[in-house]
Design a protein around this ligand. Structure first.
Ligand code: TA6
Length: 300
């Protein structure tokens, strides 16, 4: 299992970021995964070092914004179900049958920075560098970095530096699972007029979104060239999603989830609104290119 080096622990101590195993926090068997807990007067977040994967964010005095499956397993090499998996360096299926959503979410990232900022927020920075497993899937040098800033809002700033020698296709998404009391009663705004690709059951049809989106059946849609802000409104309040990425993917498997071992009936309690650059909004990275995008989540 991945462990925190003495250097990692020192960084965490300096910033008042604590370290725990997923078994201590979420139960389960075995050693679990190492986690960071980032807490200040404005908010609290949890993440696994594996995948630099947020699993919880609660603004002070507020409610949990992220959905974590009650069946989530914290196992090395397997993406945790819920929270914010990072899908990169490709989103969705791979033409050569490589693992869906890339390898970023399955790899052990390293804590490289932790600081308490003057505005009361706390920032931790994690990094992934190439290793044998990534080279087997993607034979290119790179530096992936994720800076996570925890306050009354949660901001994820992703930086991808392509250090390889050839131009490569690149797509990515911050695959956020939002906690909602009932997915069929959540109003999603900020997509009106956008073109979307319906991919349910392997379909690939294009449509235009009209008005507010409500999910009453299995949904898997890629919205292209979206506005910066989307909202999810429920009886509990409104979640705000803001990003400088171009795409938004809206996913809930509905009762298909009964065939997904780590979701099941719990599908009723989340909706994924994922910001990223995917499908028509995907790009290529030339040697030396740097891709930098951010996502901010808040609640009112
Ligand atoms: O983002 C939507 C999606 O690509 C769906 O098609 C669905 O498969 C989902 O992601 C979850 O993928 P995962 O590999 O985490 O089971």
């Amino acid at each position: 299992m991945q462990t925190l080096s003495a250097f990692d622990s020192r960084l965490a101590d300096v910033a008042g970021v604590s370290i725990a195993s997923s078994t201590e926090i979420h139960g389960g068997e075995g050693a679990g995964l190492p986690m960071l807990i980032v807490e200040n007067a404005l908010g609290r977040a949890e993440l696994t070092l594996q995948g630099a994967h947020l699993t919880s964010f609660v603004p002070a005095g507020g409610r949990e914004l992220l959905w974590l499956s009650p069946k989530a397993a914290f196992v090395p090499g397997k993406a945790v179900r819920g929270g914010i998996p990072l899908c990169l360096p490709w989103f969705g299926g791979h033409p050569e049958g490589k693992p869906a959503h890339g390898f970023g979410r399955n790899q052990p990232w390293t804590l490289v920075g932790a600081e308490a900022l003057s505005d009361g927020t706390t920032r931790v920075t994690l990094e992934l560098l190439p290793n044998d497993a990534t080279r087997a899937l993607w034979p290119h040098d790179f530096v992936f970095r994720l800076a996570v800033t925890v306050g009354s809002a949660l901001t994820l700033a992703l930086r991808v530096e392509h250090r390889g020698e050839v131009t490569v296709p690149f797509s990515c998404a911050l695959h956020t699972y939002f906690a909602v009391p009932d997915v069929t009663l959540a109003d999603i705004d900020g997509l009106d007029g956008c073109t979307y690709i319906n991919t349910v059951g392997g379909a690939n049809t294009r449509h235009a979104q009209q008005g507010t989106l409500r999910l009453d059946a299995p949904t898997d849609r890629v919205y292209l060239d979206v506005p910066a802000v989307q909202t999810i409104r429920t009886a509990q309040g409104t979640t705000h999603i803001e990003s400088d990425t171009r795409s938004a993917v809206v996913w809930n498997p509905g009762d298909f989830a009964l065939n997904i071992a780590d979701v099941g009936e719990a599908y009723r309690h989340f909706v994924c609104v994922e910001r990223g650059d995917v499908f028509d909004d995907a790009l290529t990275l030339a040697p030396g290119d740097v891709y930098e995008k951010w996502l901010t989540l808040s609640f009112s």
